[in-house]
Design a protein around this ligand. Structure first.
Ligand code: GLU
Length: 281
């Protein structure tokens, strides 16, 4: 067995669909080709949207696809204390601030149509007295990573942020600019650790050497490069695979009529039929 370690990291917010199957096939194909290992990570940090029955369904669907992983799986919701420790470290270094703005306020501050969770909002800490009074009144807030503070902390390393992209088969170091994402949210009340934080923490902890993920997460990898630099975490190599597109040319989603894998299974399709549907040989 080689030292190649990758992972499949679904969020149990619904049933796996064709896009997940494609991602899984890419992950397991790569591990097989390298004689490596696949880990399974359940990314269930969003306590409002994740459900145990979807986790059970993921395991069942993977078994049907004949995709096996090294046990035990890692369930992120069992590890909030570890993510909290990272938040504490970043906070102690002055890299985080409390942002009390609501989603609606953020959306109003951004260009029309921009997603307040993903687009470059830059805020600033409130004056101490106002912050204290809001906390006393129980106002909800998010912990944001200050891009300006991160830039100061990293000095010249900030402009040199990069990662290795192996999507084409040949490793290529590409530069990573987290600035378009602004001050990203790393925690909020209903999600005590954000996807970015939990994902990068776990990739480092689990010794992931290769992250194989959809093209849709390519840009966001710049935020991960920033967190890895700030926390001195080892950086995996990245491969981005093409997305399965619906008839409208857009990424498959429930809205575009994508069905859960179990619907295909119930129709008598085999895992090989699904591979063909995702465009894989
Ligand atoms: N939970 C994320 C997803 O399902 C994982 C993406 C990744 O980091 O590869 O999209």
């Amino acid at each position: 067995m080689s030292d190649f370690v990758t992972r499949f990291a679904p969020s149990p917010t619904g049933y796996l669909h064709l896009g997940h199957a494609a991602s899984a096939f890419h992950v397991w194909d790569a591990a097989r080709a390298a004689g490596g290992t696949v880990l399974l990570r359940i990314e269930d940090i969003d306590r409002t949207r994740c459900r145990p029955e979807y986790e059970a369904a993921i395991l069942e669907d993977l078994a049907w696809l004949r995709l096996d992983w090294q046990k035990p799986l890692r369930r992120q919701s069992d590890h909030f204390d570890e993510y909290q420790a990272v938040l504490d470290t970043l906070r102690a270094r002055g890299l985080l601030y409390r942002c009390f703005r609501t989603r609606r306020e953020i959306a109003a501050a951004l260009p029309a149509g921009a997603d307040p969770d993903e687009t470059g909002f830059i805020g600033r800490p409130l004056p101490e007295a106002e912050e204290r009074s809001r906390l006393a009144r129980g106002h909800a807030f998010a912990w944001r990573l200050s891009l300006a503070a991160a830039r100061d902390a990293l000095g010249p390393r900030f402009a040199g942020l990069s990662y290795v992209d192996e999507s084409s088969g040949t490793p290529r170091r590409v530069s990573a600019d987290p600035a378009p994402f602004g001050d990203v949210v790393l925690a909020r009340k209903e999600t005590p650790a954000s996807y970015h934080l939990a994902c990068c923490h776990d990739d480092a902890l689990q010794g992931i050497t290769h992250v194989i993920r959809g093209e849709d997460i390519r840009e966001m990898t710049a935020v991960h490069a920033l967190l890895q630099a700030l926390m001195d975490w080892p950086q995996p190599v990245y491969r981005f695979h093409p997305l399965v597109l619906g008839p409208d040319g857009k990424k498959l989603s429930k809205r575009s009529g994508d069905r859960g894998l179990r619907a295909y299974r119930d129709e008598g399709m085999t895992p090989d039929d699904l591979r063909r549907l995702t465009g894989l040989p």
